[in-house]
Design a protein around this ligand. Structure first.
Ligand code: NI
Length: 176
């Protein structure tokens, strides 16, 4: 194949040459397409799954409700979700995530405590976003990174503070 391609590569600027060798070029493109297809196909593994019809029906119904266009993508996402769940079970696993909280900034020394805790954990807190929802209420999002046990402990400490109305920790991993 390389012998067929070489003259084309060296003379691609010569319109006449290209025109004369159109057949060779077309063949080269077909071979190239097949090669690309083969390389990309190898990254995907197909496997058969035995499943009860009613279970599959329920799965398809949920997938459809969630907007999946095909089963494969829904199954892939389900597997990734499970992998994250397993990953975060390890207390020393490296994780990344967010803590979203809603609080009343008038509630006692809450804002001072929050600031103090955040400065104590500056290595785990990548960034913070603060939005004033109304006169009393604040929404704050912390982007966190570190060991699972440290992130969980930090989130628990913040959520337990008096004045925090709601807090939710969402954890994921960098590569899934
Ligand atoms: Ni505020």
């Amino acid at each position: 194949m390389i012998f067929a391609v070489a003259p084309f590569l060296f003379s691609y600027h010569d319109k006449e040459y290209v025109f004369k060798n159109l057949g060779v070029i077309k063949k080269f493109i077909i071979v190239l397409r097949l090669l690309i297809k083969r390389v990309t196909m190898e990254k995907i593994v197909r496997f058969g799954v035995s499943i009860e019809p009613d279970l599959l029906e329920k799965f398809d119904q949920i997938s459809k409700t969630k907007g999946y266009s095909n089963r494969s993508e829904a199954i892939r996402d389900m597997i990734r979700e499970r992998l994250v769940l397993e990953h975060v079970k390890n207390p020393t696993a490296d994780v990344i995530g967010t803590l979203t909280m809603v609080y009343d900034h008038h509630a006692g020394p809450l804002t001072d405590r929050l600031l103090e805790i955040q400065h104590d954990h500056y290595q785990e807190i990548l960034t913070t976003t603060h939005i004033h929802i109304d006169h009393n209420t604040c929404l704050e999002v912390l982007v966190l990174q570190g060991k699972m046990q440290d992130i969980q402990k930090l989130a628990d400490t913040i959520k337990a503070l008096k004045g925090i109305k709601h807090g939710e920790l969402v954890i994921t991993q960098r590569t899934i």
